[in-house]
Write a protein that binds this ligand. Structure first.
Ligand SMILES: *Cc1c(COP(=O)(O)O)cnc(C)c1O
Length: 403
């Protein structure tokens, strides 16, 4: 049996109420909640060894540097990167994607091709559009299917010797679809193209092995994996990171500076200009330890139980349609015929249930289904079947009030 009661006790926020009702938090795809051990790591940093890193000879600076670099190694091990300097700290997924897209603007030529998937988050569409505008490269899109999967057959047709980069998320945030990234990566490599995978939505549920995937770049955000906001990682193969120009100039990223010529520091510092989110990086490491202690396979099995149960119970509501029916993480995106998703979300909030409504930063998917948005309930390992019952009752009530 999954020890969900014990796990829930680790999350102070799950004890609070909202609008006089116990909080039911089903907006995990937007951000996860934070266990006490991560909160304690943040308090410990500011209480005991707050200092700037990589610079000072004094004790506090040494302690902070050691902890921050330990966190980098925890992240390296978690993602199974070959070298710790292949892990670049970022402010989150969006930052990591922009670093690579901006770096490639120096490497692409007019007429080169860039492929993105139709299931992308806006943060994985807009930077590539900007890149194409700057370089004259052409953006191609892998279309999606009614069931929420990608048309991989068409992807194979889009690939050719002009393809330079492919961008795809590992898991779609709007629908939860798990994309066949192994196949996407393998096929791109046959044409000499590199692949960036957006792992923001996969990493809370799946432990990716970047060497086994042979992925070129992989990005994620700590705040979706029980860590704090404002920190994330970019994994890149050493050879590729060395080829890319730095993203920002400043302190920390240089080797020597004169007004004639500046030489850049080696990896990872070349991509880490300025004072980073030191405390956030350390807390990210603690969050990964916490989740690994529970185990990602155990987490995935339990969340899948929640997904099956939620799908079965919500499907009993007349007029309720679920979007995305293929292999997916614990996300249920749905609508009720004739009712705007926002109205359902507002009533659910009155009943203490937190869900996301709207286009989920993925307007092209909503356009595909010809809907303004969906109600998205996304589950985490600290949620329960009883909470799903509360959701189902609340949706039933909302439907009665609104139809
Ligand atoms: C959340 C999310 C992002 C953006 O992450 P930030 O932490 O806001 O930078 C990008 N892609 C996907 C798939 C996401 O779920």
């Amino acid at each position: 049996m999954f020890p969900v009661d014990k796990i829930r006790a680790d999350f102070p926020i799950l004890q609070r109420s909202v609008n006089g009702k116990p909080l039911v938090y089903f907006d995990n795809a937007a951000t996860s909640q934070t266990p006490q051990i991560v909160i304690d790591a943040i308090v410990d940093y500011y209480s005991n060894y707050n200092a700037n890193i990589h610079r000072g000879v004094h004790t506090l600076s040494q302690e902070a540097t050691d902890k921050y670099e330990e966190a980098r190694i925890k992240i390296q091990k978690h993602f199974n990167a070959k070298k710790s300097h292949e892990i670049i700290f970022t402010s989150g997924t969006t930052h990591g994607i922009n670093m690579i897209a901006s770096g490639f603007s120096a490497l692409l030529n007019k007429g080169d091709e860039v492929i993105v998937s139709a299931l992308e988050h806006h943060s994985n569409i807009v930077p590539w559009q900007m890149l194409c505008e700057k370089t004259g490269a052409v953006l191609k899109v892998i279309p999606m299917d009614e069931d929420g999967s990608l048309r991989i057959d068409i992807y194979h047709e889009l690939l050719n010797s002009k393809t330079k980069i492919v961008f795809c998320n590992h898991v779609s945030n709007a629908l939860g679809t798990i994309n066949p990234i192994e196949e996407i990566i393998h096929a791109a490599h046959k044409f000499g193209a590199v692949v960036l995978v957006d792992g923001a939505q996969a990493t809370p549920h799946i432990k990716p092995d970047v060497q086994e995937l042979d992925v070129d770049f992989y990005v994620a955000s700590a705040h979706k994996i029980c860590g704090p906001t404002g920190v994330g990682l970019l994994y890149g193969k050493q050879k590729l990171l060395e080829q890319l120009p730095p993203y920002q100039g400043g302190g920390e990223m240089i080797d020597t500076v004169t007004f004639e010529k500046t030489t850049y520091a080696g990896l990872p510092h070349k991509f880490e200009a300025g004072t980073p989110n030191i405390c956030g990086g350390i807390a990210f490491g603690v969050a990964l330890d916490y989740m690994n202690a529970i185990g990602f396979d155990t987490i995935a099995d339990y969340e899948n139980e929640l997904l099956q149960y939620g799908t079965q119970e919500l499907s009993k509501i007349d007029g309720l349609k679920i979007y995305g029916t293929v292999s997916k993480t614990a996300v249920i995106s749905f609508n009720i015929e004739g009712i705007h998703p926002y109205d359902i979300g507002a009533i659910l909030d009155k009943l203490g249930v937190a869900v996301r409504t709207g286009h989920h930063c993925a307007q092209p998917i909503m356009d595909f289904y010809n809907i303004p948005g969906t109600v998205r309930a996304s589950f985490s390992f600290y949620n329960t079947k009883e909470e799903i019952d509360v959701l189902v009752n609340a949706v039933t009530k909302a439907k009665m009030m609104l139809s």
